[in-house]
Design a protein around this ligand. Structure first.
Ligand code: MEV
Length: 338
């Protein structure tokens, strides 16, 4: 049995704009997807998924990834989870030069699905790492991130940046601009997450922004403005001492940019009533700043607040199902059992 786990992430800044070559700064957080892999004698793949914040399910299908299992669970759930696991299996088979390898796979995750916390990237990263290791091969982190990106890109019909997969692989805060991905130093920021219990359709949301950007010059300018604020945010982080708790000036500066980023994302049509309500609840509670995180449409917001006020306010906000503090995950994907 080979077991790997990879963290989810929040976007400090830059989601959506990163798809068009602007920089983004996601940060890995301590919510993880765990993938257990046992090689099989045949070329079948059996997948058991638990705790994906939706009903668990078990399916078994023959090697060809075109096969779709006949199971009694909602199609979008099966499609979503199977698509990512399939793509991870294909990458591992290719990396280990074992095209007919079969596996028993169990996926567990405490990252809500499709909610902006990078659940699919974490499953893909942990899945490729565990399946490749189970076949006796090793990938360095850059190659793993590259393969995870290719897997997500394929499942999301070409609507994926490298941000989620790179961040989940490396851990900590990272900077992504087109193909250029680098870890960056950042202090341990006091992230608070609010989750509305829902999810957005990343492909649809990305397509919506793309259409707006093509139709209106001002929407294209909005995307560029997000890039500008990300560069300002990076400069603030670069001036900070990563070993020390963040200063109040740094939190105020980052928070202001987060608020701005949320406004621009809302202008691009990717916020939602529940996300706006949580953002305002966080601001009213005294958070330094708050914004949606990830593709939007529903799911999670992230706020900065070292006190308990934002978490408490969110837990009493109508439409917020869960509020929690999210620690920076300094370690990316890791092996739990070799
Ligand atoms: C989704 O987590 C983030 C988006 O920017 C899409 C991507 O970067 O692949 C909306």
């Amino acid at each position: 049995m080979t077991v790997c786990e990879a963290p989810g992430k929040v976007y400090l800044f830059g989601e959506h704009a990163v798809v068009y070559g602007e920089p983004a700064v996601p940060a890995a957080v301590e919510r993880r997807a765990t993938v257990r892999v046992e090689p099989r004698e045949d070329d079948h793949v059996r997948v058991e998924a638990e705790d994906l914040t939706l009903d668990g399910f078990t399916v078994e299908y023959a090697g060809g990834t075109g096969d779709r299992p006949d199971v009694d669970v909602p199609t979008p759930l099966v499609e979503a989870a199977m698509g990512y696991v399939d793509a991870a299996v294909e990458q591992a088979r290719d990396a280990a030069d074992a095209p007919d390898a079969g596996f028993d796979i169990t996926v567990e995750s405490d990252i809500p699905l499709g909610a902006g916390l990078g659940s699919s990237a974490a499953v893909v990263v942990a899945g490729i790492d565990a399946a490749t290791r189970a076949l006796g091969a090793r990938l360095d982190r850059r190659e793993l991130a590259e393969r995870a990106y290719r897997a997500e890109f394929e499942v999301q019909d070409g609507q994926a940046s490298r941000a989620d997969t790179f961040c989940s692989t490396m851990g900590g805060a990272v900077r992504v601009e087109g193909d250029d991905c680098e870890p960056i130093d950042a202090p341990n920021l006091p992230f608070v997450v609010g989750f509305d219990g829902g999810a957005g359709d990343t492909g649809e949301l990305v397509a919506g922004v793309r259409a707006l950007r093509e139709e209106h010059g001002f929407a294209a300018d909005t995307v560029e403005s997000i890039g500008d604020l990300v560069r300002e945010g990076e400069a603030l982080l670069a001036d900070a001492d990563p070993e020390k708790p963040p200063s109040s000036e740094l939190l105020a500066g980052l928070g202001e940019l987060m608020d701005f980023n949320h406004g621009l994302l809302a202008a691009l049509g990717v916020s939602a009533r529940s996300l706006d309500a949580m953002v305002w609840a966080a601001r009213d509670a005294g958070a330094h700043g708050a914004k949606l995180t990830g593709a939007g449409g529903g799911g999670c917001i992230v706020a900065l607040d070292a006190s308990d006020a934002t978490e408490t306010a969110l837990s009493f906000t109508q439409g917020c199902e869960e509020a929690f503090r999210a620690e920076l995950a300094t370690e990316g994907v890791r092996v739990v059992e070799a």
